[in-house]
Write a protein that binds this ligand. Structure first.
Ligand code: NAP
Length: 327
């Protein structure tokens, strides 16, 4: 029988790759779409005839109940979020309303439906924040350092709580950073690859201003990571798992590989740093241990860091040539 999935955050980076994956697997795909005065669907325009969008908002429980009624999902992937840790310092209350309380509203809507729906929650390595252990795995204590991380921690425990209290099949994928050509421009990886594309095409002066270029994270490719989301919901038991590449790279490394991709070796000549882009606090020493995901799901990343950065630069060059805004 055809399975049905409801994706919140379908217009985002991961939502678009996950939609493609689920369509390939024969799912009927529904997506929760926020109302905007201007459409924001460029990441899913190429598959819009194959998916069904339902208007709704994570902060509006009525719309969540209605979306569940319409889509009758076997699986829900909760990817919707105010997803920027940087923005969460400016909008801490809003971030909590969407990322924390919004997730709780979704859990309540699933519980109220009475249906046996499997629920995936987009948890994050930002839960580790001020790291207590390296590399970080499922047993590493959490210590978020951003309002984004704190809100996601509430959501994490709400998922565990509903699983333990009501027997819901609800799981956390603790995903480390993952990027792609569909990453929002405010994120550092895409900021760099987009600037490099513009510099390469002569559209931008040789100036790329960044914050802490020594910040180290574990970066993978979104297209690989959405497969782990799906595998988590196919596992016989609901488990929370770390999904990561296991490799740590700095922002410097992104610069190096991005400029290298267009034949520029001396990247330092094109980059300056400014306090303006230094975060009040950051989870800046992350590296994940995804060995449990490998053991239980057979998951491992396919794309290397270097391949990822080159892919992003190549696609950004194409976007820039087409002159279409991909933010
Ligand atoms: P993204 O590109 O920023 O997408 C976020 C999505 O959430 C967008 O579709 C956005 O819709 C939607 N959204 C925001 N507020 C909403 C609301 N109130 N109601 C309904 N939808 C709302 O993020 P992403 O990179 O795909 O990440 C997906 C999820 O994984 C997020 O929860 C993120 O926090 C989490 N995560 C991401 C990473 C990463 O490195 N990418 C790592 C760990 C966890 P609009 O298009 O209307 O704005």
């Amino acid at each position: 029988m055809t399975k049905s999935a409801l994706i919140t955050g379908i217009t985002g980076q991961d939502g678009s790759y996950l939609s493609e994956l689920l369509l390939k697997k024969g799912y009927k795909v529904f997506g929760l779409e926020r109302r905007h005065s201007t459409k924001n669907t460029w990441r899913i325009d190429h598959i819009k005839d194959k998916i069904e969008l339902i208007e709704g908002d994570l902060t509006d429980e009525t719309s969540l109940r209605s979306a569940i009624k319409t889509s009758e999902p076997d699986e829900i992937y909760n990817l919707a979020a105010q997803s920027s840790a940087v923005a969460s310092f400016k909008h801490p209350v809003y971030t909590a309303e969407v990322n924390a309380i919004g997730t709780l509203k979704l859990l309540e809507a699933v519980r109220a439906s009475g249906d046996s729906i499997k629920l995936y929650q987009a948890s994050t390595s930002d839960l580790y924040g001020k790291i207590q252990q390296k590399p970080q795995n499922e047993l590493t204590p959490f210590h978020p350092v951003t309002p984004y991380g704190v809100a996601k921690l509430f959501a994490y425990w709400s998922i565990v709580n509903y699983r333990e209290t009501y027997g819901l099949f609800a799981v956390n994928g603790i995903l480390f950073n993952h990027e792609s050509p569909r990453r929002g421009l405010e994120f550092v990886s895409r900021k760099i690859t987009n600037a490099v594309a513009k510099i390469h095409l002569g559209k931008k002066k040789d100036e790329l201003v960044l914050g802490n270029i020594d910040s180290k994270k574990d970066w993978g490719f979104s297209g690989d990571y959405v497969e782990a989301m799906w595998l988590l919901l196919q596992h016989k038991d609901p488990v929370d798992l770390v999904i990561a590449s296991g490799q740590q790279h700095s922002v410097r490394d992104i610069c190096k590989y991005a400029f290298e991709a267009v034949g520029i070796e001396n990247w330092e000549a094109h980059v300056t740093t400014s306090k303006e882009f230094i975060r009040p606090a950051d989870a800046d020493n992350l590296v994940g241990d995804a060995s449990k995901a490998r053991e239980l799901l057979g998951w491992k990343p396919k794309t290397t860091f270097k391949q990822l950065i080159k892919l992003m630069v190549d696609v950004d060059i194409e976007y820039e040539k087409q002159g279409i805004s991909r933010i």
